[in-house]
Design a protein around this ligand. Structure first.
Ligand code: NAD
Length: 479
């Protein structure tokens, strides 16, 4: 399928007419092309969004009517769930049931923020007799959204829905590898008759379209989800224009397992949290911290589970699909090579090429023990189905290990001792803490974001609306 970009209510090629090929990571077959948008195309999209934001037509839309638009999006997403899930699997490679979960999460984002559209409230502030002081939360204007390749539908939906609910207009740039479902969202908006320019989707490479968007002087807010390295670049670009940014970056999230926990549950979630989307998840539970007294037994259980997992193209709905690209696969293997010398690979660590997996880059889930907590294996985001294990003796040691990386996105704590769980949650440096669960099925309502290098600002929940509103104080004197 040859896709076009959605700009100012029209479906356009790139000004240059150039395109980028899009592949199915399961077998490297070509699934279509997208326009190679660059600065000139980004300009068109941002100017369309700016025009739309100041247009009387968009200003006349009442908050609850913006809510109706978003409810209609949720409905459309559910109606088209099979097609959306199929494309998400074709683009990203993820198992079909995970794509269906992403489709439902996307619908839930639209639904949640639909309900919020007419509940963005200000405050009245007591100052002095004869003065009425109040605040209003206004939309910021044009919001730019640069999203990664691993959860394009969910992540595109989560920030655009919040932004539109608040009354902004948006320009979305999906990753060049996985653009299709973001374009399908644009298609749905188009079918619903959204005002021209309110929603724009520009495709292209990060260093071209992405860089042009993050440095554009006419955007008023930038939401970036992706790597730390690119996050720093977009933040610098936005700083030139004094544009606020929300950064959702990587992670090296721990599951902390105490001997008194429900072991069955803990094993299941530890495995799931590192193998979902083949470990290509920002909030993957990529470090297992386990109390020394159960270390060997727990590792054995995880190893057995890993070896039971099915590996196949996402369309066959296995447990694990392919790694997105050869480059990403080789990066993961380079970490496993380090482990072979400096640590111990308990299971996995090899490419899987059986049957229909011959042409894609599939990796057996990999369990690594005897890891030095200061090593690259322990500190860097590997972004694959690779779990590193660290024993601990005391709660203090567990805390030190948990907080001992530059990241701070999510932490899981597994224990029946509720006081200990609270003590740890209190001192953990991460944006989300899960006790006796992990990830909790997406948690549309739960604010999500990072401490330290995992970023700042919060997506999801009511909290995200802060990104997309600015506060005005109005003081009225009366006699
Ligand atoms: P990436 O940083 O390479 O790319 C993210 C997006 O930025 C893409 O759309 C890309 O085209 C664009 N981009 C690339 N270079 C750019 C530039 N110079 N200027 C502007 N935009 C540019 O990340 P990725 O490989 O797509 O995704 C993986 C990373 O994203 C991981 O680190 C993962 O942890 C992180 N991530 C974080 C979250 C979260 O919510 N915290 C969610 C998903 C992924």
């Amino acid at each position: 399928m040859d896709w076009k970009m959605f700009i100012d209510g029209d479906w356009l090629e790139a000004e240059s007419k150039e395109t980028i090929l899009v592949y199915n990571p399961a077998d490297y077959s070509q699934t279509g092309t997208i326009p190679r948008g660059r600065g000139v195309d980004v300009d068109k999209a941002v100017l369309a969004a700016k025009r739309a934001f100041y247009s009387s037509a968009w200003r006349a839309v009442k908050p609850h009517e913006r809510g109706w638009l978003l409810y209609d999006m949720a409905k459309k997403i559910r109606e088209q769930k099979d097609e959306l899930a199929m494309w998400e699997t074709l683009d990203v490679g993820k198992p079909l049931k995970q794509s269906y979960a992403d489709v439902e999460a996307a619908a839930r984002y639209f639904e949640f923020y639909a309900g919020m559209a007419d509940k963005i409230l200000g405050e009245t502030i007591p100052v002095e007799p004869g003065l009425v002081d109040f605040t209003v939360r206004e939309p910021v204007g044009v919001t730019a959204h640069i999203i990664p390749w691993n959860y394009p539908l969910q992540i595109g939906a989560r920030s655009c829905a919040a932004s539109i609910a608040a009354g902004n207009t948006v320009v979305l740039k999906p990753a060049e590898d996985t653009p299709v479902t973001a374009l399908m969202l644009a298609q749905f908006f188009d079918e619903l008759g959204v005002e021209k320019g309110v929603v724009n989707v520009v495709t292209g490479y990060g260093h071209e379209a992405g860089a042009a968007l993050s440095g554009h002087k006419d955007i008023n807010h930038l939401t970036f989800t992706g790597s730390v390295e690119v996050g720093k670049m977009v933040m610098k670009a936005a700083a030139e224009n004094i544009v606020p940014v929300t950064l959702e970056l990587g992670g090296k999230s721990p599951n902390i397992v105490f001997a008194d926990c429900d072991l069955e549950q803990a094993v299941e979630w530890v495995v799931r949290s590192i193998t979902q989307n083949a470990g290509q998840t920002c909030s993957a539970g990529s470090r297992l911290l386990v109390e020394a007294s159960i270390h060997d037994a727990f590792v054995e259980r995880v190893k057995n589970k890993f070896e039971e997992l099915t590996i196949a193209p996402g369309a066959q709905d296995p447990d694990i699909g392919p790694i997105l690209t050869e480059k990403q696969f080789n990066r993961i293997i380079s970490f496993i090579d380090i482990a072979r010398n400096d640590a111990m690979v308990v299971t996995g660590g090899e490419r899987y090429t059986s049957g229909e997996c011959m042409n894609g880059f599939f990796l057996k889930p990999t369990l690594i023990t005897n890891v030095d907590p200061t090593s690259r294996l322990a500190q860097e985001e590997i972004f694959g189905p690779v779990l590193t294990v660290f024993p601990f003796e005391t709660e203090e040691e567990a805390l030190e290990l948990a907080n001992g990386t530059e990241y701070g996105l999510v932490t899981g704590i597994w224990t029946q001792n509720i006081s200990r769980a609270h003590r740890l949650a209190d001192q953990i440096q991460s944006g989300q803490v899960f006790i006796n669960n992990y990830g909790a099925g997406g948690g549309i309502q739960m604010p999500f974001g990072g401490y330290k290098q995992s970023g700042f600002g919060r997506e999801k929940g009511i909290e995200a609306l802060r990104n997309y509103t600015q506060l005005k104080n109005i003081a009225i004197k009366f006699q």
